[in-house]
Write a protein that binds this ligand. Structure first.
Ligand SMILES: *Cc1c(COP(=O)(O)O)cnc(C)c1O
Length: 220
């Protein structure tokens, strides 16, 4: 199937209130544009440079979510392109985004990334530190915490992802119940091509999907 049919099938399948992010790493501007024309409203990018390369072709036909690991020296460019940064995992990067946004007169919606599998090589804040980080950055005036994101470990069987999605959802609900000033726990971003159905069952309302839209990445 082509990109257009893949997008339409997915959009039909997703329940109301769930946002679909097309994870576009390694894809060309033509491929991303095809997805947008088929109904994709949000493009996810892992690298600022890749987003810059396809931005002229796609621009504001869609919204842009940053879903990779953001380096401090890329924050200035990132806040220009992106409408949400899903991967805040330290006070330092939050403060840098806040500073760059202040200079532009912009308030950036952000999600806090949770390293739900507690994997040493992965980014994200450890589950037991998530609340502390949310509180620590809640007072920054030019960012707005709007929820959590997680990747979780990669498995062949999507059922194996469920415990990590449950962990993240529980943190999400606990923080939500605390009604911390200036934050709004609205979005729970979890699930990819092989795990999005399980993620939806566990409360995700943003799913980030690449291969199922664009075809198998050559690098995988
Ligand atoms: C690549 C990527 C996805 C999508 O993965 P697929 O298996 O292609 O659906 C989702 N989230 C992040 C952070 C990614 O890097």
């Amino acid at each position: 199937m082509g990109i257009e049919q893949n997008v339409q099938k997915l959009l039909k399948e997703l329940p109301g209130g769930v946002e679909l992010v097309a994870a576009a790493k390694t894809r060309t501007a033509e491929e991303v544009l095809a997805a947008v024309e088929a109904g994709i409203k949000i493009i996810g990018q892992n690298y600022v440079q890749e987003a810059e390369a396809i931005y002229p072709a796609v621009g504001n036909k869609a919204r842009w979510h940053f879903i990779g690991h953001l380096q401090k020296n890329k924050a200035k460019k990132a806040v220009k392109i992106f409408d949400m940064i899903e991967t805040v995992d330290s006070v330092e990067i939050a403060a840098e985004i806040d500073k760059r946004c202040a200079l532009m007169g912009k308030v950036m919606p952000v999600l806090v990334e949770v390293n739900s599998g507690q994997e040493p090589q992965k980014s994200g804040v450890l589950p037991e530190k998530a609340e502390e980080l949310v509180r620590a950055i809640s007072g920054l005036p030019n960012i707005k915490v709007m929820g959590l994101m997680t990747m979780g470990p990669r498995f062949g069987d999507p059922e194996d992802s469920r415990p990590y999605f449950i962990t993240t959802r529980k943190i999400f609900e606990r923080i939500k119940s605390m009604a911390i000033p200036n934050i709004e726990m609205r979005y729970l971003s979890m699930g990819m091509t092989n795990s999005y159905r399980v993620a939806l069952e566990e409360g995700a309302n943003i799913v980030r999907i690449g291969n199922l839209i664009f075809g198998q990445r050559e690098s995988d």
